[in-house]
Each structure stands twice: as structure tokens, then as C-alpha cells.
Design a protein around this ligand. Structure first.
Ligand code: ADP
Ligand code: MG
Length: 695
């Protein structure tokens, strides 16, 4: 293998704190830190979010008015405010410039009668002449130039920041290493990284500005490409490490499937059958399975997991099922017990609430193989649980099952098949980008007989109307959820709000049995409550969002969501999926604050319009860009700074093909021409590169 050329000596310069740049003192440093700008390198790579041209054009939002300063006066508004008004004479009449909260020395000290000024800003009408509030006074030589607009901490002057950018580029740009190999730059005619950086900070011409805005300029496309390239590369490398190891070669016994078929409570849908077939096809290969089952809430993913786990056990292996919350782990356990007991398979539940003594007993049984399937939260993996022969892992809501946990398993010496399940409806383009390391099966239909949920929107002031409606439908055995946002479980105020609402709901629905569920409760209490709600005579469950993922109570026919505007669309969709789990008409009532923003309004509208998670996901992407659909950080979806996964689909495809070709030729990136790629990966992922096999 040729020697790796780690040319990173210059990095210390780039890691200089931003307060090495003139004009940025301690006070502003913290402001920039909040914007995640810490080092000069961050400054270099924090590009403008837009540009403005200093041109005297009337169709621009801002423009330059040119005129000779005549005189000034103080005007009083009817609210008693003082305004400093300066009058200018232009070629075609007069205009004024206005300052509110002006300073004794400013602007009067800047203006000299008889001199010509170029005033820049948004033009309005004031006292019937064109006027600019708080104009910027422009130097003549800057007219016609393009300026960059950056995201700034509050109170910080953009002029100072522009100077800092300039200094950072002058002094440190040279230390930036190229991050894409030459043959890629050549293939697409991309500029090198330094030129690309310069162009994005200083596009200089109107044509450049327009083509950057249209996402077409090679300097911009280069960064989209680069961002996707390394993401895709890591995915494909990870995938290679999973598939490199010899996996378990399962036998799919037809007779056993018949046996399972006999105890099935229902017939599988076509989508479920297809997913199961994909899984079986993976299981019979002696490669490790890494498959993601994507299916909307209620599409019936659980049974697929159960059947495949039963097959694994039938082959003499043990299985683990991981759930994101204890509530869900318990629910899975309850269902699993019913299902597996009929197949003579031993299931146990291991969560934080299990006593120490019982834990020890369980661990013992796992080691000696008395337990076939263990269900629990992700903590299970990290506990010192040992297996006799672990062969199959199921992770529900997979995004919380990370590289780290896989590593633990691999270190334990297992090469189990891995089945991931998610209800997060990821649009195809994004799935291509994010799940390059997984095989994906989609369950794209609902079990038969489901009636689409009817969604209604109310304002907070109409809450009694919504309550009346609930009252009307909640008869017989029907049940309802009332959801209150609890953004942070440690937030006492939110908890108080839920408790308060609980009291109100109790009062209003005096004939009904109402329960309160929140994240602060002990697991035991939660379990009891959910049990009462599911099997007992509780009619209404007032809850914070702990019920969000996966809770299955078929009798629940209505869900009322307070402060609906505070939830993301994905979360709202998850919540709505809690109802409509049988053949009775279900309802989702969204209560939004009376002071809802326009954007909040659009999201409520999307909920009314779209029932399908995928459509909703796409609508949401359009509404706010990819950033937030998935509830940000916890989803494990990386930040994409340049890429728009809808608009940049063509680039995504190119990247995918390029990465495949590169790894086909040079699997461990040891060829000289791929040195840059190797170094960049090392820089991005530090020591964890061994996780994906290029250690
Ligand atoms: P999810 O995909 O959201 O995890 P679940 O696995 O919890 O969905 O299934 C939702 C409900 O639908 C459960 O009550 C389950 O028993 C039921 N179900 C699943 N598949 C079918 C089917 N093919 N026919 C009828 N009901 C089904
Ligand atoms: Mg589920």
C-alpha cells in the first residue's frame, strides 16, 4: 500500500479562534459561537446567504438615491417620537433621509450642506417625497459592486464582519486543502476549493450572483457535490463492512412457515408479504442482513419483525428486539408473548424497571440459551448482556440505533442479521442519500378495512367546540387521546400545563374516566395507565408526547392535539397514527393557538390535505427545506448545508454513481489519486474511520 500522505500540518492556523481577526473581540466572539462559528476556518466556510448589488435601480428592493444635502430638521410624530429629517435635492426632485432614535452626533456630523451623497436603503414615501429610513451612506467607488450578506449575531456590524472575512481569506485561505480529487474536479469542471470559496464570498458579477442563486454556478455545485460525496462515501463504506463479514445462513423452513400461518391473527397485506420476502432472501444468504423496513404508522411492521425473529429462533439462534422507549418495549413484549407462546418460544422483557435480581436471572438464562427472544430499550445493547447465540436484531424506529451500538455488537463477536423499522416517511431522494448503507423495503399499504382518519382544525378559542365534538363521538367503547406538547421532559412548566389541562378535561368530561400520562412518571405507573387505557374502562388519556411512537390501542378513535402548531409535521402524523387502527371512523382534532404564524397555518393545512406520510414529508420538505422534518438532532440525519434534496436530485445520482465506481476500483482508498479523499475522511471522522473499514 502506498504511503498515506497526511498533509495536515497547516491545520493549527485554520483552527485559530475568530478573535484573532481584527474587530472581533470577546463580546462578539460568543455571538458568533452561537452561530457555530468558532475558528477562522469556520469564517472562511460561512458563506453569505444572499448578495446585494449596490445599483441605483428602481426595481430592487433597496436602491441608491443620489442628491445634494440641503438642510435638516427634527420632526415629531403623533406618538411623540423625534425624527431627524435630512432633505436632499436630486436631479428629478427632492428626497429625504430619516433617523429615529438618532444620536446627538449622528447623522448630523456626517452631512455637510452642498455635498453630494449616495444614500442606500429601502425607499418609502414620507410627507409625499421618496424617503429612506436609516440609510447607509455609500462611497461613490462602491456603486455597482456586489456585497455579501451574512448571518450575523444581533448587534454586530456587517461592515466589521466583512472586514473579518476579508482578513480571514487573505491570511488563511492558502492553508485550506483541496477536498476533492483532481479527476472529479476535471470531470465536472469544478473550480478548486480556494477559488470556489472566493467566488461564494465575492461573486463580483451579477451573472455569478444569479447562477449561484439558481444553484448552477460550478463554485456552488462543487460544495453540493462535496457534501453529498462524503456522505455517500461513508454510507457505502459502512455497507461494505457489514456485508464483508460472513453472516448467518438461515434456513427458511416451509413447514415452519405453515405453522406460523396457523396462528396468524390476520392475513398479511401484499406490502407485508413483499417485505417479509425481502427479509427471507437476506436471511438465506451468508451475508449479514442490514435491511430497513419503511412503512407508515399502522402499516403493520411489528408482525413482520415477529415472524422473522421466529424463523431465526427456529434456526437455533436468539433474537433481540430494541424499542425506543420503555412504553413501547412493554407493548411489544405484550404482543410478543401472545404470539410467541403459541410457537413455544420464550420471550422476556429487560428494561430499567426490572429488579436487579430478576435481571441477573434473565442474563443467566440468556447465556445458557433458555431465553430465545429478549425485548428492551437500546440500553440493552450496552448492558453487559451476553448471549448464547445471538443471531437476529430488530430495532424499532431505527434512527436511534447507531454506528456505536453496531460496533459493540461486532466487538462481542456477533454478526447478527439486522432488521430496522421506521415510520419516518423519508422521501426517496433523501433515502438514497442517507441509506446508502442499507437495503430498504417499503410497506406501502395499510391493512384492509381501515377508514382514513378525518382531520379537523380548531383555534384555541374554539376548544369547547372541539370538546363537544369529542363528547359526541366518545360513546360505546371508543377512546380518545388528548395530547399536550412537552418539548423537554425536564420542563416543569410544560408538565404543569398538562396537569392543568388534565383537570380541565376531567371537569368537562365529568361522565368519563380520564387518566394522565407524562414522561416524569415511573415506568410502573406508565405501564398501569396504558394498561387501563387499552384494556380497562379509561375513556380519555391525557398525555404528553410519550405516546408518540407506536402505542397501539385499537379502540382509540379520536386524538385531540393541543398547541398543534408546536409540533413538527412528522410528529403530528405519528400522533394521528395512534387512531384509526380498526374499522371505525377516526378523528384527529388539531387545536392551534389563536396567534398561529403563517407558517404554522400552512402546516395545519398540510395535515388536513395529506393523509399519506410520504406526501406529507414531501409537502413539509417544500415548506421548510429538509432541515426539520425529522425532529432535528435525534433523527441522526446529518445537516446538509448546501444540498436541497429535492432540487439537487441529479447531483445526488451523479454522486452515487461516482462513489460506487471509486470504491469498485479502490475499496480501501489506497490509490494515490484518492489520497485527498482518504485524508478528508480521516479529518471528518477522526478515529471512527475504522468503523467503516478504512482504518
Ligand atoms: P406499525 O407499522 O405502525 O408498527 P403495527 O405493527 O403496530 O403498525 O400494526 C398496527 C395494527 O394493525 C396492529 O393492531 C396490528 O395488529 C394490525 N395489523 C397489522 N397487520 C395487519 C393485517 N395484515 N391485517 C389486519 N391488521 C393488521
Ligand atoms: Mg411500530
Amino acid at each position: 500500500m502506498p504511503e498515506r500522505n497526511n498533509n495536515q500540518a497547516a491545520f493549527s492556523f485554520l483552527n485559530y479562534s475568530i478573535n484573532n481577526l481584527s474587530g472581533i473581540g470577546d463580546k462578539f466572539q460568543s455571538g458568533f459561537n452561537r452561530l457555530k462559528i468558532y475558528t477562522v476556518k469556520d469564517v472562511i466556510f460561512s458563506f453569505p446567504y444572499r448578495y446585494e448589488a449596490l445599483i441605483p435601480e428602481t426595481n430592487n428592493e433597496k436602491t441608491i438615491l443620489t442628491g445634494t444635502f440641503i438642510n435638516s430638521s427634527i420632526v415629531r410624530t403623533h406618538k411623540g417620537k423625534s425624527i431627524y429629517k435630512a432633505i436632499f435635492k436630486a436631479d428629478n426632485g427632492y428626497f429625504s433621509c430619516l433617523w429615529v432614535n438618532f444620536n446627538a452626533n449622528y447623522p448630523s456630523s456626517l452631512l455637510h450642506a452642498g455635498s453630494l451623497y449616495y444614500m442606500y436603503g429601502t425607499v418609502i414615501k414620507f410627507e409625499n417625497v421618496p424617503a429612506i429610513f436609516h440609510p447607509e451612506i455609500i462611497n461613490k467607488q462602491d456603486i455597482g459592486k456586489i456585497r455579501s450578506i451574512y448571518t450575523m449575531p444581533a448587534g454586530f456590524s456587517i461592515t466589521v464582519y466583512r472586514k473579518a472575512v476579508k482578513e480571514a481569506l487573505n491570511k488563511y485561505l492558502n492553508y485550506i486543502n483541496e477536498t476533492l480529487p483532481k479527476y472529479i474536479l476535471d470531470k465536472y469542471n469544478f473550480p478548486n476549493i480556494k477559488d470556489a470559496v472566493k467566488t461564494l464570498h465575492y461573486p463580483e458579477t451579477k451573472e455569478n450572483v444569479e447562477s449561484i442563486a439558481a444553484r448552477k454556478h460550478p463554485a456552488y455545485v462543487r460544495f453540493i457535490y462535496e457534501e453529498l460525496f462524503y456522505l455517500q462515501l461513508v454510507m457505502q463504506l459502512k455497507r461494505k463492512t457489514y456485508t464483508k463479514g460472513i453472516g448467518i445462513k438461515y434456513n427458511i423452513d416451509k413447514e415452519y412457515l405453515e405453522e406460523i400461518n396457523k396462528i396468524m391473527p390476520f392475513k398479511l397485506t401484499k406490502g407485508q408479504k413483499k417485505a417479509l420476502l425481502d427479509i427471507f432472501n437476506d436471511m438465506v444468504k451468508n451475508k449479514q442482513m442490514n435491511r430497513l423496513i419503511q412503512g407508515d404508522v399502522g402499516s403493520g411492521k411489528t408482525i413482520i419483525a415477529f415472524i422473522s425473529a421466529a424463523v431465526a429462533v427456529h434456526n437455533g439462534y436468539q433474537a433481540v428486539m430494541l424499542a425506543p422507549t420503555e412504553v413501547l418495549a412493554e407493548q411489544h413484549y405484550n404482543n410478543a408473548e401472545k404470539f410467541f407462546s403459541r410457537l413455544n418460544i420464550n420471550v422476556c422483557l429487560l428494561t430499567g424497571s426490572v429488579t436487579k435480581k430478576n435481571k441477573e436471572i434473565m442474563k443467566e438464562k440468556l447465556v445458557n440459551g433458555e431465553i430465545d427472544i429478549i425485548i428492551g430499550t437500546h440500553a440493552l445493547i450496552e448492558e453487559d448482556v451476553e448471549f448464547q447465540k445471538l443471531g437476529f436484531i430488530i430495532a424499532d424506529e431505527q434512527h436511534r440505533f447507531g454506528v456505536h451500538q453496531r460496533k459493540i455488537l461486532i466487538d462481542k463477536g456477533y454478526n447478527p442479521d439486522i432488521l430496522l423499522m421506521t415510520a419516518t416517511p423519508i422521501p426517496r431522494t433523501l433515502a438514497m442519500t442517507l441509506y446508502g448503507d442499507l437495503d430498504v423495503s417499503v410497506i406501502d399499504e395499510m391493512p384492509p378495512g381501515r377508514i382514513p382518519c378525518i382531520t379537523k382544525a380548531y383555534r384555541a378559542s374554539q376548544i369547547t367546540k372541539a370538546f363537544d365534538f369529542v363528547e359526541e363521538i366518545l360513546n360505546d367503547k371508543k377512546k380518545g387521546y388528548f395530547i399536550y406538547p412537552l418539548i423537554d421532559e425536564s420542563d416543569k412548566l410544560e408538565l404543569k400545563a398538562a396537569t392543568q389541562s388534565y383537570e380541565e378535561v376531567k371537569k368537562y368530561f365529568s361522565g368519563k374516566k380520564v387518566g394522565l400520562l407524562h414522561g416524569k412518571m415511573k415506568a410502573d405507573e406508565k405501564r398501569q395507565l396504558l394498561h387501563d387505557f387499552k384494556y380497562g374502562d379509561m375513556d380519555i388519556l391525557v398525555s404528553t408526547t410519550v405516546v408518540e411512537v407506536g402505542v397501539d390501542v385499537p379502540e382509540a378513535t379520536v386524538i385531540l392535539i393541543e398547541n398543534a402548531e408546536r409540533f413538527g409535521l412528522s410528529q403530528l402524523h405519528q400522533l394521528r397514527g395512534r387512531v384509526g387502527r380498526n374499522d371505525i371512523q377516526s378523528y384527529c382534532l388539531l387545536i392551534a393557538s389563536d396567534k398561529i404564524s403563517e407558517y404554522g397555518e400552512k402546516r395545519i393545512k398540510a395535515m388536513l390535505e395529506f393523509k399519506d406520510g410520504f406526501k406529507l414529508a414531501e409537502a413539509d420538505l417544500e415548506l421548510r427545506g429538509q432541515g426539520d422534518f425529522f425532529g432535528t438532532k435525534q433523527s441522526g440525519i446529518p445537516d446538509l448545508h448546501f444540498t436541497d434534496i429535492i432540487k439537487d436530485i441529479k447531483i445526488i445520482q451523479k454522486v452515487r454513481n461516482d462513489v460506487t465506481d471509486i470504491l469498485e476500483e479502490d475499496a480501501d482508498l489506497s490509490l494515490k489519486k484518492n489520497n485527498i479523499i482518504y485524508n478528508r475522511l480521516k479529518e471528518m471522522y477522526k478515529d471512527s474511520t475504522s468503523y467503516f473499514g478504512i482504518g
